[in-house]
Design a protein. Sequence first.
Length: 103
Amino acid sequence: MSETVAQNFKVELSERLDISSAEALHLSLEDALASGQEIKLMGADVEKIDTAGAQVLSAFYDEASKLHLKVDWIEPSDTILQIFTFLGLTKKVGLDDQEQRDD
């Protein structure tokens, strides 16, 4: 699910970010934080997010901010954009200016 590449820690998000995958997502994001590197969230494959998935990602952004770690989205899916827009959390999770930052 995740790997270290150069100065970036890439986290490949699964198709489903829901209660059944919340623990695995949390562990993967903890590894990314522990790396101390810039983090790239690969979100192109995400098709479903429930409250648990959104909470894990939101808490991850809080912790990354406290650690002064840069986090960028790489190709977030429409589902990601829709869910975080609906929740009013696009700014909190770095999606507010996504069109300018797509790699």
